[in-house]
Design a protein around this ligand. Structure first.
Ligand SMILES: [Fe+2]
Ligand SMILES: [Fe+2]
Length: 199
């Protein structure tokens, strides 16, 4: 039996969505919570377009930033539980651990065992080569939700009919160009993600 069986169960998933929504609302500033709702709605649209479970899409969108306002101590103590090393970039900016920390919180506090959900939340900031479709959708939705300033009608028209990988490539390339233009470091994981999509 697959670990995620529980989340194919509709009432169970709906209950988890309402619990995590309440948690997000209580632990995120108003503006951030509004971003989470828009990200969740964007995930739903993308899941519909690419044939994935829309409610799982909503769940990852509403849950992805639940640790964004944790302090550094909390972030580190949660994130290290995934057993992955803390990179140089994460060390210089501890808030970058918020996806990894949220993935652990979802496991511990909400008993989430669905690998696709955990992967999506864990890697939503940098992306990761080889990640699955739900994770790709969250990665994109977080960056193109309608509250983001660069999302114009023209932008949305450009991405209307392309495949999921083309969409990820478009958003990721743009993100990397933005970081370069602002003299910011690019995570090795994002570079590998990019290479995996162009090779
Ligand atoms: Fe985030
Ligand atoms: Fe976000």
């Amino acid at each position: 039996m697959k670990a995620e069986t529980i989340l194919e169960n509709k009432p169970e998933l709906e209950l988890l969505i309402s619990r995590v929504t309440e948690y997000a609302e209580n632990h995120e500033k108003k503006e951030r919570f509004a971003h989470s709702v828009r990200t969740a709605e964007t995930c739903v649209k993308l899941c519909r377009r690419f044939g994935l479970n829309e409610r799982k899409g909503y769940f990852v969108g509403i849950a992805h930033d639940i640790c964004k306002e944790c302090d550094d101590m909390q972030l580190v103590s949660l994130a290290v539980k995934d057993g992955l090393p803390i990179s140089e970039l994460e060390r210089t900016k501890i808030s970058l651990l918020h996806g990894r920390a949220a993935a652990i919180l979802l496991k511990e506090e909400f008993n989430i065992k669905d690998d696709d959900i955990i992967e999506a939340v864990r890697y939503h900031t940098f992306g990761k080569a080889g990640m699955g479709s739900l994770a790709k959708i969250l990665y994109v939705a977080d960056k193109i939700e309608p509250g983001r300033k660069h999302i114009t009608r023209g932008y949305l028209e450009k991405i209307e009919e392309i495949s999921l990988d083309e969409l990820v490539l478009f958003v990721l390339s743009e993100n990397i160009s933005y970081l370069k233009a602002h003299d910011k470091k690019i995570a090795p994981s994002s570079k590998e993600f990019l290479e995996s999509l162009v090779s």
